[in-house]
Design a protein around this ligand. Structure first.
Ligand code: ADP
Ligand code: ZN
Ligand code: ZN
Length: 743
């Protein structure tokens, strides 16, 4: 027998299968997906690889085919479905097969099994009592302590006996030898989460809206029809209960569910609700899990011991035997798009898995991505709506504070008088406030503090970004690469108050403490949440009312319920609104609505203040009214006008190299080739090459080329063409390419 093997090396030239002979003695252990070690290259260096196919016929004269050296145990082999999935990722998003395989097989480290040991009494109580007396007389204190603890507890976890009673394993073994105790061994799964507790209040029953949505999905499924559904429900409308009920139905039908939730919410309330509902039958994945914990989750899933997997986008690759439902909660979240090759999107990948597994796909959101709402409007997805909150709470009232006015009044603090007054009221009433600062990345757009207008690129409809490097300051456009000197006055109104919009959470925290010296302030951002339980620590402290004000980045706006929060302040909505990206308004609208959704989750009504220098902007206006559909109507009109996704698909080709000259030449040539290839297609267009948003990372220069076309398959052809072009030419061997599709 022969095996086709993909080497575990990321290099385009090695991105094909090599045939190896399977020696008799390991034939039993080799299957598709097995990880093996093989000799490779002239020096026959030992190299890891994955088996992707098996055959009886040699491709070369048999004596020329090298044998597999060994099977790499201790790794989860993928089922063959996962290999197909890897091939699909490679073809659709562009990557090497090895990278794609790594994506679907997240276990890389060798892992050791762990065993849970429990002590139980091996004799009757009288014998034990006699032994206890003997130990006492002989001053065998450790034995006495152990046996008496076991007598009163009945069973005793060995690890606990070691840590809490300070008893060594050898002592336990001694008692076992004496026939007094038995040590039971059982494989322990590492779940990485604390054991669930039964819900105190019993299960909720669905309201009429929830029932309508859930039964739409389930009755289709039971009738053998699967589909893609957009569950569009305002914040607090009870989408989670819908997911629970759907997954419960699947479990009863012998099918499993995958529920994706944003990484940020993975440690908190949503997870707890799944644990309360499914108990031991739910598995949670998150990025801070150890490899061992991850491995155990895979094993449990493969053995059919779980009904539901909850996790970030990588949970799509848990090899469940028979997936019936995939849910993507907060489907508009950016974290569903991978940032490394293959740069897959969870939504499209889930669609592919759902199609091949005959499963249903449910996308949930209060502020759907433009793409999904567009698809729902055009009939590609079925739209299900939850129009109101599930509890008595009303949606919060939202006000807009015009920061240009504040400046005119002489207020130079980051808090408007309106917001400051409202915070003061909360402090007096013993209620809580959240202040949200949506600072993304480390670059800021350049704008006027008086009229609020950002300085825009003359060739593109995006704000210019301020760059500071070695005493030089300049503005640059990240779409076309146009640069200009930093203006001293606003080009629109002539005000001298212009500058880069940068204000960190730390700065806000300091100012808030200065304005309200008596307030207890907590800060939550990437700096304060490092460490395993960083998030949970701060959020619990805030939930326990150990602080009056929580200042933070987007981390604080996603999916947490704080009943005492009655005020949410958005410090500067413009920070993300004018980010150099066509999705900036969409993301800003989402953040503003999510942030507003944090206010008034308890009995008291909530209030929201959005601070902005552009109160007339349609995104801000729609967010203030919490009116998604008004925002959608405006934004989709722009996208249509400019030919951006979802109206057209977009492919971003990112070329990078340490050699800037070579990179420029290569980018020009690639750009030319792409333009040629789309020449006959009037609907398609290509821009670039231009410097990427970050022109250089770790000494590597970056150039981007953007291609847009109504046909996704045309873009895949473009990708294949670029691949072929770069692979053939030795002049390009120091150039790296990455692809990013946007739909
Ligand atoms: P969403 O995810 O849509 O924002 P959640 O699922 O977090 O909303 O639900 C919001 C709140 O409404 C939660 O506190 C939840 O317990 C409550 N809730 C949901 N469904 C019901 C129901 N049918 N009856 C009573 N309370 C409900
Ligand atoms: Zn101005
Ligand atoms: Zn430009």
């Amino acid at each position: 027998m022969y095996a086709d093997i993909i080497l575990d090396i990321s290099h385009e030239k090695l991105d094909k299968t090599f045939q190896y002979r399977i020696p008799e003695e390991i034939a039993q252990k080799v299957a598709i997906g097995t990880m093996v070690r093989v000799p490779f290259g002239r020096g026959n260096r030992e190299q890891a690889g994955y088996v992707t196919g098996l055959s009886d016929t040699p491709a070369l004269p048999p004596e020329k085919i090298k044998p597999i050296l060994s099977v790499d145990d201790g790794r989860v082999g993928p089922v063959s479905r996962m290999i197909e999935l890897a091939a699909w990722l490679k073809d659709n998003y562009g990557s090497t097969m090895a990278q794609a395989l790594k994506t679907v097989l997240p276990v890389k480290a060798k892992v050791t099994r762990r065993v849970k040991r429990t002590l139980v009494l091996a004799c009757d109580r009288e014998t034990a009592q006699t032994a206890l007396d003997t130990f006492h007389r002989k001053h065998a204190v450790a034995r006495e302590r152990l046996l008496s603890a076991l007598l009163s507890a009945g069973r005793l976890d060995c690890a606990l006996a070691e840590s809490k009673l300070n008893i060594q394993m050898s002592t336990m073994r001694d008692l076992e030898q004496m026939g007094l105790v038995d040590i039971e061994e059982q494989e322990a799964y590492r779940t990485g989460i604390s054991p669930y507790k039964e819900a105190a209040g019993g299960r909720l029953s669905m309201n009429a809206d929830q029932q309508r949505c859930v039964s739409a999905v389930l009755s289709d499924f039971d009738a053998g029809r699967t589909g893609t559904y957009l569950l569009y429900g305002v914040t607090g409308s009870g989408k989670t209960l819908c997911y629970l009920e759907m997954a419960g139905h699947m479990a009863r039908a012998g099918r499993q569910s995958i529920v994706l939730i944003p990484e940020i919410s993975l440690t908190f309330q949503t997870v707890r609700r799944f644990q309360e509902y499914f108990g031991e039958r739910v598995a949670i994945l998150h990025s801070r899990m150890s490899q061992g914990e991850r491995y155990d989750t895979y094993l449990r899933a493969m053995k059919g011991e779980v009904d539901v997997v909850v996790g970030p986008r990588s949970a799509l690759f848990v090899p469940l035997p028979k997936v019936g439902l995939i849910v993507i909660d907060e489907e508009q979240e950016e974290s569903y798009a991978s940032e490394v090759s293959p740069r897959y999107h969870a939504r499209e990948t889930a669609q592919h898995i759902a199609d091949t597994m005959h499963a249903s796909l449910v996308l949930g959101s209060a502020t759907p991505s433009l793409t999904s709402f567009y698809r729902a409007k055009t009939g590609k997805y079925r739209l299900l709506t939850l129009p109101s909150r599930a509890t008595e709470q009303t949606l919060p009232s939202v006000g807009v504070a015009d920061m240009r006015e504040e400046l005119r009044k002489g207020n130079r603090t980051p808090l408007s008088l309106e917001l400051a007054q409202k915070i003061q009221d909360r402090l007096e009433r013993g209620e809580q406030t959240m202040l949200f600062l949506n600072r993304r990345g480390y670059l800021g757009h350049f704008a006027c503090y008086s009229c609020g207008k950002p300085v825009k690129c003359p060739h593109c409809d995006v704000a210019m970004t301020l760059h500071v490097q070695g005493g030089h300051r300049w503005l640059s456009c990240h779409y076309c690469g146009y640069t200009s000197p930093v203006p001293r006055i606003c080009p629109a109104c002539g005000s001298p108050h212009v500058g880069g919009m940068r204000a960190g959470t730390e700065n806000i925290e300091a100012q808030v403490k200065r304005i309200f010296p008596e307030a207890r302030v907590l800060r939550m951002d990437a700096d304060t949440t490092s460490g395993k339980d960083g998030h949970e620590r701060i959020l619990s402290a805030f939930a326990n009312h150990e602080a009056d004000i929580l200042v933070g980045t987007q981390m604080i706006v996603k999916g947490h319920d704080f009943p005492d929060v009655t005020l949410v302040g958005i410090v500067n909505a413009d920070l993300s609104l004018f980010a150099p990206d066509y999705r900036a308004p969409e993301r800003t609208f989402d953040l503003l609505v999510q942030a507003a959704g944090r206010a008034g989750r308890g009995r008291r009504p909530g209030e929201v203040v959005i601070q902005t220098y552009s109160p007339d902007n349609y995104t801000i206006k729609a967010a203030a009214r919490q009116d998604y559909e008004a925002f959608y109507a405006q934004e989709i009109a722009y996208r249509k006008l400019l030919g951006y996704p979802p109206v057209k698909s977009m492919l971003k080709i990112l070329l990078s190299s340490c050699d800037n000259q070579r990179l420029s030449a290569c980018a020009e040539a690639v750009g030319e080739a792409v333009r040629c290839s789309i020449a006959g297609k009037p609907e398609a267009d290509c821009t670039g090459p231009a410097s990427d948003v970050i022109a250089r990372i770790k000494d590597s220069w970056r150039q981007v080329i953007c291609v847009r076309s109504p046909s996704r398959s045309d873009l895949i052809l473009v990708k294949d063409l670029v691949d072929a072009r770069l692979c053939g030419d030795p002049g390009y061997d120091k150039i790296f390419v990455q692809y990013q599709f946007d739909d």
